[in-house]
Design a protein around this ligand. Structure first.
Ligand code: NAI
Ligand code: MG
Length: 349
């Protein structure tokens, strides 16, 4: 039997709730495909930080290197400064493992109502450069506590990082509707984003079958709301990809619906799968979190480890449950608990 070893980091808030709703679904789907999911749970995140002063242990990256894939819930607690956990865990891992792209598919689901008026809904993938840009971590605070206090945050855009994200987007577009929309702000930011435009134009020559355009991020925000169906693959730097992901997630049904994968296509490092949403402290502990984003992240994980039939089984089972409004969790306007929804998805698998 094919055994897939998965490191699981449930994290904080709704993280553990959506992860524990997801694991039985992945197990059932893998089983159907003649495989087994063997999980090792890691107690990293807020609790770990309070106990040790770090969100994860110093050898965390070595621990993860022993796995082909990681399933991560979310981090973030009201009693710990956000940047400590975000940098101490998820951004730290993206950089340390050099997880080049964050892939965030968003689509509409039959049975799920959204704010969109368009009957065609939305079906796109955000490909976000995942290691530098505005989240490079370059900068500092000067004169702390004095009236002259100063914060400097430098965006870093390297040709190498742009190129690998761009190539990923073009290859992906080929397997979809063949359109890449590069998202920049190269009218106002003259150095980094003009480099994105130039590199994208170069890479595009290798993919003459893929149409591409460069769109300013503010215009893209408007277009996403007005005509999302025209968009196929959105290629973004780190900050714009982060922001537009939440907007797109809501157009597709809500924060509880959007999955993601952190990947490095050219190297043998673990890939990390996580919902786009955070730890949702406003609903944590109530048992009402929507686990779909985490389940679909799990489906991406199964695809990644070579179990595409199992991945399809997860997506089909989620789609099946979503067609029944009595199973909808609160964010979709229903009254079902996380557990009830999860049980229905396991049964459908
Ligand atoms: P959030 O995504 O946690 O929540 C935004 C809104 O969406 C809230 O109203 C929440 O209830 C709702 N929501 C999120 N996930 C949901 C789900 N599965 N089902 C139903 N509703 C859901 O973003 P927010 O509030 O900005 O951040 C909360 C904490 O999460 C912060 O500490 C933040 O730093 C952290 N965070 C962590 C991330 C990660 O670990 N990758 C990503 C984003 C935020
Ligand atoms: Mg985000």
């Amino acid at each position: 039997m094919h055994t897939v070893r998965v490191a699981v980091i449930p994290g904080d808030g709704v993280g553990p709730e959506v992860v524990s709703a997801t694991l039985p679904v992945l197990r059932a789907a893998a089983h159907r495909a003649g495989a087994e999911v063997d999980t090792v749970e890691l107690d990293w995140g807020g609790e770990h930080y309070l106990r040790t002063g770090r969100a994860m242990p110093p050898d965390a990256v070595d621990v993860l290197r022993g796995f082909p894939a990681v399933l991560f819930g979310a981090v973030g607690r009201p009693d710990i400064p956000d940047h400590e956990l975000i940098w101490g865990l998820i951004i730290g891992l993206r950089q340390a493992l050099d997880l080049a792209v964050n892939v965030r598919p968003v689509r509409s689901w039959p049975g799920v109502r959204t704010v969109l008026r368009e009957p065609d809904g939305i079906d796109l993938v955000i490909v976000r450069e995942n290691t530098e840009g505005e989240y490079a971590g370059v900068g500092g605070r000067l004169h702390p506590g004095s009236p002259r206090e100063l914060g400097v945050e430098v965006a870093v855009h390297s040709r190498a990082a742009i190129e690998r994200a761009t190539r990923y987007a073009f290859v992906l577009a080929r397997s979809r509707r063949g359109r890449v929309s590069l998202v920049t702000k190269s009218n106002a930011m003259r150095y980094g984003y003009t480099l994105w435009d130039a590199v994208c134009a170069e890479v595009a020559r290798e993919y003459p079958d893929v149409e591409w355009e460069s769109v300013l991020v503010d215009a893209m925000a408007a277009r996403l709301v007005q005509r999302p169906r025209d968009l196929d693959v959105l290629l973004c730097g780190n900050l714009f990809g982060d922001i537009l992901s939440d907007l797109a997630a809501v157009l597709g049904g809500g924060m509880g619906m959007a999955p993601s994968a952190n990947l490095r296509p050219d190297a043998d490092v673990p890939a990390l799968f996580e919902p786009v949403h955070g730890s949702a402290p406003d609903i944590a502990g109530l048992g009402i979190a929507n686990p779909v984003a985490c389940m679909l992240s799990g489906a991406m994980l199964l695809d990644h480890v070579g179990l595409p039939e199992a991945a399809t089984a997860v997506r089909d089972a989620v789609a099946h449950a979503l067609r029944d409004p009595s199973l909808h969790p609160a964010d979709l306007g229903g009254t079902a608990t996380t557990e009830r929804f999860a049980a229905a998805v396991v049964a459908a698998v």
